[in-house]
Design a protein around this ligand. Structure first.
Ligand code: F6R
Length: 245
């Protein structure tokens, strides 16, 4: 694991986007795995700038997203499909038909999960997967559990995740309680992983996930076993690991 300490949130985005952009420059047909939430927004802003300046061309890039809320229509302003369009896709020259977010309104979720895995295989797997880190150690929506879920699946969100996501909805009852997410195995198959994390509130989980035992109770701890992971964070998020990085 490589730790990069960035100056601030904007600098996290600049550094993460540099990695994603170099991938796209080296292979214009790259497959990027993308995340939502507040952590990757500065990364997307820098990707947008790189596209506008002509540095990065996304015309032939394909993307797959980590997860989606079950029950939210893609047009819902809190769906992850909507988030990706608003925060990235509509600002860059990507072919929207080459982007994919799991469906939160499938009539057959078992099939949607299998189709999603097959889709990732059919595009040749993920070159770089961008991740955020949940307060409880989740990646994607792989919540703390007794085992590492391997493939794309539906999950019940934990109270801690529902509380963390409450800020995006009018009231708690509006926060979806289920999601569809890539599995830990799906994420671990990505050839490279970049995780972005900021703020004091994540300091404890950063220490537990990356310096504690590998356990499905802290799903992100599995990243310790991946051969190519870059963790980009600010001084606040790295405050408990300063002397170890
Ligand atoms: C989002 C996702 C989640 C978030 C995590 C952190 O697609 O998969 O794992 O990355 O919940 O969220 P933020 O960045 O809002 O703190």
């Amino acid at each position: 694991m490589v730790f990069i300490q960035a100056k601030d949130y904007d600098d996290i985005g600049r550094r993460a986007s540099s990695i994603l952009i170099s991938q796209v420059i080296l292979n214009k047909k790259s497959v990027l795995g993308l995340a939502t939430g507040s952590s990757p927004i500065s990364t997307y802003q820098h990707m947008i700038k790189a596209n506008a300046s002509g540095l990065a061309d996304f015309r032939e890039v394909k993307t797959v997203n980590l997860d989606e809320y079950v029950g939210l229509d893609p047009a819902h302003n809190q769906s992850y499909f909507y988030f990706m369009n608003e925060n990235l896709f509509k600002h860059i020259n990507i072919d929207i038909a080459q982007t994919r977010v799991p469906s939160g309104i499938s009539k057959d979720f078992a099939k949607e999960c299998v189709d999603y895995e097959n889709h990732i295989k059919s595009v040749g797997g993920v070159d770089i997967q961008l991740l955020g880190l949940g307060h409880n150690g989740h990646i994607g929506f792989n919540e703390p559990a007794e085992d590492f879920p391997v493939t794309t699946h539906c999950v019940d969100l934990t109270e801690s995740t529902i509380s963390a996501n409450e800020r995006f909805f009018e009231k708690r009852e509006d926060v979806p309680t289920k999601a569809i997410t890539m599995g830990i195995g799906t994420i671990m198959k990505a050839r490279k992983i970049v995780l972005v994390v900021n703020g004091e509130a994540k300091a404890d989980i950063v220490e537990k996930a990356f310096f504690g035992p590998v356990t499905p109770n802290i799903p992100a701890s599995v990243l310790q076993l991946h051969p190519d992971v870059v963790i980009i964070g600010d001084a606040q998020a790295f405050s408990k690991i300063q002397n170890r990085i």
